[in-house]
Ligand binder design. Structure first.
Ligand code: AP5
Length: 214
């Protein structure tokens, strides 16, 4: 039951990363976050990271071919052979079609539904962990770490993402509406969509997701 191929969909700040981490840890499957992979590439200064940087800082999507390539490679790794949670991919219809062409049949697409006012409040106070393979996210007010400024999971110093600035947040919301929201209809039409109300405590939302995927 736990070895599922799931995708978490929702606007920036919906809680995809927070929930993907909770469910993936418990199900024993990897969380595959394209945002985390791109940020890691930037920190290492790789060609991919340099290519992605300007798009990310502006709140725009990185070109499809770049992201499709890194996901195709990641899905070849052993830990992804029995299940995974895709967090932040696909984000365009072209990416969803490429995923299907890779032979990946998703068991479900969890669509986390949150109002725009709520995502703005959440992104405004987010603190992120920079550690590769950790990537935990916190909120100054709604989901604070046990010790101020320090990741509960790995002890690293937390930071504020460059794209959590007002202008980039606005652009990310626009990109979501124009390019990612059409995936709701795409997956609904294929019988894969699982709508989950994304407002409430992280624990309440986790329960709703568990109920939806089981
Ligand atoms: P990415 O890192 O995927 O960013 P995003 O989709 O904008 O999503 P976020 O990480 O901002 O939000 P989230 O839904 O994970 O929320 P979180 O759990 O952190 O992508 C970044 C960039 O990379 C993109 O803009 C693009 O440039 C590029 N990119 C990535 N993938 C791409 C792709 N496939 N194609 C092209 N480009 C791509 O929660 C948010 C905050 O709310 C936190 O502070 C958290 O603590 C708090 N919170 C969570 N749950 C709750 C709750 N229930 N109540 C109160 N607060 C909560």
């Amino acid at each position: 039951m736990s070895k599922r191929k799931l995708m978490f969909l929702g606007p920036p700040g919906a809680g995809k990363g927070t929930q993907a981490q909770r469910i993936a840890d418990d199900f024993g499957i990897p969380q595959i976050s394209t945002g985390d992979m791109l940020r890691e590439a930037r920190r290492k200064g790789t060609e991919l990271g340099n290519k992605a940087a300007a798009f990310m800082d502006a709140g725009d999507l990185v070109p499809d071919e770049v992201v499709i390539g890194i996901v195709a490679e990641r899905l070849q790794e052993d830990d992804a052979s029995h299940g995974f949670i895709l967090d932040g991919f696909p984000r365009t219809v072209a990416q969803a079609e490429a995923l299907a062409q890779m032979g990946v049949a998703l068991d479900g697409v969890v669509n986390i539904q949150v109002s725009e006012d709520e995502v703005i409040r959440r992104l405004g106070g987010r603190l992120s962990c920079p550690t590769s393979g950790c990537g935990a996210s916190y909120h100054k007010e709604f989901n604070p770490p046990a010790n101020e400024g320090v990741c509960d999971k790995c002890g690293a110093a937390l930071y504020v993402r460059d794209d959590d600035q007002p202008e980039a947040i606005r652009q990310r919301l626009e990109s979501y509406s124009a390019k990612t929201a059409p995936l709701v209809e795409f997956y609904d039409g294929r019988g894969k969509l699982l709508n989950v109300k994304g407002e409430g405590t992280p624990a309440q939302i986790e329960e709703r997701i568990r109920a939806a995927v089981s």
